[in-house]
Ligand binder design. Structure first.
Ligand SMILES: C[S@@+](CC[C@H](N)C(=O)[O-])C[C@H]1O[C@@H](n2cnc3c(N)ncnc32)[C@H](O)[C@@H]1O
Length: 329
């Protein structure tokens, strides 16, 4: 119940409006173009859940800086509503997923409810904003200096393009092409490129990881998508032939240790369940259907890079939620 209420708060801008200062239900309703009776009840639920505070002396509702940081500010590193969209999508797709558990057939990324695409975008973007330019790219050998000078970059499986746009803004002399097989995501990303003002150095195209055109890339990035692919080895081979001889393949995968018993913690709990409901079905819907799973260990990811023809492979850095790998031709 709280989850659906959070989504409505995010969708209608209720958290964002309330984060500006203490308000009565009527004040929040007027500010957001909503109905006071609904807002009063929504606020009560938010206070009961600890997402909003209530001052009984003034009868006003307010958000602490911590609550605003988490629920209202989409640029903060801990903005969390994206997770609720992801949860929403798997509840909506549960019937189809249960059928797939019986038949063993896949459920393609594109076959899920739209909440999955929005959820992925909103859930991962804060981590990319917090880490990609400041820590992940600098962990790769020689990549930042190339990006500063002007490099050609492919962001494969780019979804709504948040990683592509963040890099394009940080490195205006470089040229970025976001590829994804999912048409709706690419259309969304094209609109984001316009609204974020990066069309000068960024384009988005529909293509799979095994057939994207062009060669001579300095950097090819895969953000949280290698394990969703049916044929990650085929993708690795395609990346290999598309890179310059001194290029870099950056692979971002969910945090995981090597063995199941080392992943029995809150992060593993989220990722194994997301894997069975989203990632494994996505891979099984594509050719080969390797179904790596979202918790494949470093050795498995390294094996894929090696089979793709890469000579160098290492874990370059990590966060509690991500592993960042560097593969060199
Ligand atoms: C978990 S999402 C990650 C999206 C984006 N990189 C991000 O981090 O927000 C996985 C993405 O991989 C894409 N994808 C899956 N299989 C693909 C394939 N074979 N070729 C290209 N893209 C693929 C999906 O359409 C989806 O957008």
């Amino acid at each position: 119940m709280q989850g659906a209420a959070v989504l409505i708060g995010d969708q209608l801008g209720l958290y964002k409006a309330l984060s500006e200062g203490p308000m009565t239900p009527d004040g929040l309703a007027k500010k957001t173009g909503t109905a006071e009776r609904y807002i009063r009840e929504w606020l009560a639920g938010q206070v009961a859940g600890g997402y909003v505070n209530y001052d009984s002396a003034t009868k006003k509702y307010l958000m602490t800086p911590e609550q605003a940081f988490t629920m209202a500010n989409e640029n903060s590193p801990v903005y969390i509503p994206g997770a609720f969209y992801l949860v929403s999508s798997v509840y909506k797709d549960r019937g189809r997923l249960a059928d797939a558990f019986r038949t063993g057939k896949g459920v393609g990324w594109h076959e899920h409810h739209n909440d999955l695409f929005m959820g992925t975008h909103k859930f991962f973007r804060p981590g990319y904003l917090a880490n990609l330019v400041s820590s992940w790219l600098p962990s790769l050998d020689g990549v930042v200096s190339k990006l500063e000078a002007g490099a050609l970059v492919a962001d494969v499986g780019c979804g709504y393009g948040s990683s592509t746009v963040i890099m394009a803004k940080a490195f205006p002399k470089s040229r970025f092409i976001g590829y994804d097989y999912h048409l709706e995501s690419i259309e969304w990303a094209k609109n984001v490129a316009v609204s974020e003002g990066v069309t000068g150095n960024t384009t988005f195209e529909v293509a799979t990881a095994k057939d994207y055109p062009r060669q001579g890339f300095d950097l090819v990035t895969f953000f949280d998508c290698l394990h969703d692919m049916g044929d990650p080895v085929g993708a690795a081979k395609h990346v290999h032939q598309s890179l310059k001889p001194d290029g870099t393949w950056m692979i971002v995968e969910p945090y995981a240790n090597e063995r199941l018993e080392e992943n029995l913690n809150p992060v593993g709990r989220i990722f194994y369940n997301a894997s069975s409901l989203i990632c494994v079905p996505s891979s099984l819907a594509q050719e080969v259907g390797l179904a790596l799973g979202a918790q494949a260990g470093d050795s498995k990811i390294g094996e894929i890079a090696t089979l793709g023809g890469f000579k160098g492979f290492r874990r370059a850095t990590q966060t509690p939620f991500n592993r960042i790998f560097e593969a060199r031709p």
